[in-house]
Structures are given as structure tokens and as C-alpha cells.
Design a protein around this ligand. Structure first.
Ligand code: AKG
Ligand code: FE2
Length: 186
């Protein structure tokens, strides 16, 4: 999963026009970073419209790699037009979701989408999410090359690394009604 996150990070960097040393640093930092795994079991629910599998949230991580076991739909993503759309499970596939560290790095070009999980009347569901973070070698802030190339001002603060990002996230989470990422906006 770490190798996959490294490759995805590299392609995201390339798509943003990042090159040379900064691209290597971005990819390497995912190759060396921490991965946390969350396995979630959603039992079948007789009244799915009255229950929630997982409440809406955006992942406060770098890149999330999700394996859905057993071909049961449940994951939904909030589209730009504010509609929840189901992500159809594809057997053997890995769903790549972007977390808020990539939203910050891309200065808002890539969004960390809100997503949630609904439960199923007949079938239980299991998912395995691997949250991949960059190592502390990567500051968490808008990409310097991206800002230079676009001439746009940074819309987020720069934190020294993903550990500081996570610490801030957890210390705010208890208080917060506003999305964490908004607290980093300049
Ligand atoms: O179970 C899923 O499909 C999604 C899980 C998820 O969003 C999470 O663990 O952050
Ligand atoms: Fe999530």
C-alpha cells in the first residue's frame, strides 16, 4: 500500500506540474511515511434509512486506499452539486481517495471529498482503509513549485509536517463544528 501511495503521490505531483527535487521529495515522503489501517464492519440493518454506517467526513490524511470486501455497495461521495453518489464496488479494485494533506499541498486544486457510508438491508459489509501519510521530511503546505508556476497566493498555512497536522486535527476535533481544513485557511 505504501508503494502504491508513493506512485499515486508522484502522479498527483506530475499532474500539478511539480518536477525534479520537489516531485522526488513528495513521492519519497509517501514511500517512507506511516500507514494506518482501519477495518470496519457494517452489519446488515433492517431499517437502513434510519441508520448511519459512517457519518460524513473528509479524511485528514494524505492518500486513502480503500478495499471493499465482498462486493457490497455502501460508500458515497458528496458531489459538487451536493448530491450523495454511490461509489460502485469493483471486485479486486482499490478505491483511491484523497485526504486533506493533498488538498493543502495542491493549494485546493484537488479536494478531499466528504464521504459517508450507508448500510444495507440484507448484506453486511467490510472495508479496509489504509491511510497513507507523508513522512516528516515533507512540510504540509501548498507546494512551492505550484505557487511559483501559477502565481497564486497560498490559501493554506504551512505546517512543519504531517505529525503536526494530525496533532492539530485531533486537538481541534473535539471542539469543532467547522471542517478542520478551514482552520488552516489564510
Ligand atoms: O467503509 C468505507 O467504505 C469508508 C471508510 C472511511 O471512509 C474511513 O474509514 O475513513
Ligand atoms: Fe473516510
Amino acid at each position: 500500500m505504501r508503494k502504491l501511495a508513493e506512485a499515486v503521490a508522484k502522479y498527483i505531483g506530475m499532474a500539478l506540474g511539480i518536477h525534479e527535487e520537489e516531485l522526488d521529495l513528495l513521492a519519497k515522503s509517501f514511500g517512507e511515511g506511516s500507514c494506518q489501517v482501519r477495518m470496519t464492519y457494517y452489519p446488515a440493518c433492517p431499517e437502513p434509512e434510519r441508520a448511519v454506517g459512517m457519518t460524513p467526513h473528509a479524511d485528514a490524511t494524505g492518500i486513502t486506499l480503500l478495499t471493499e470486501c465482498g462486493n457490497v455497495a455502501g460508500l458515497q461521495v458528496l458531489r459538487k452539486d451536493n448530491c450523495w453518489v454511490t461509489v460502485p464496488p469493483v471486485p479486486g479494485s482499490i478505491v483511491v481517495n484523497l485526504g486533506q494533506i493533498i488538498e493543502v499541498y495542491s493549494n485546493g486544486t484537488y479536494r478531499a471529498p466528504d464521504h459517508r457510508v450507508v448500510v444495507n438491508k440484507e448484506k453486511e459489509r467490510v472495508s479496509i482503509a489504509t491511510f497513507c501519510n507523508p513522512s516528516p521530511s515533507l512540510p504540509v503546505g501548498p507546494s512551492p513549485q505550484l505557487l511559483a508556476a501559477t502565481g497564486l497566493p497560498p490559501i493554506f498555512q504551512t505546517l512543519s509536517n504531517s505529525e503536526e497536522f494530525m496533532q492539530r486535527f485531533y486537538s481541534r476535533k473535539l471542539l469543532d463544528a467547522v471542517p478542520f481544513i478551514d482552520s488552516l485557511k489564510l
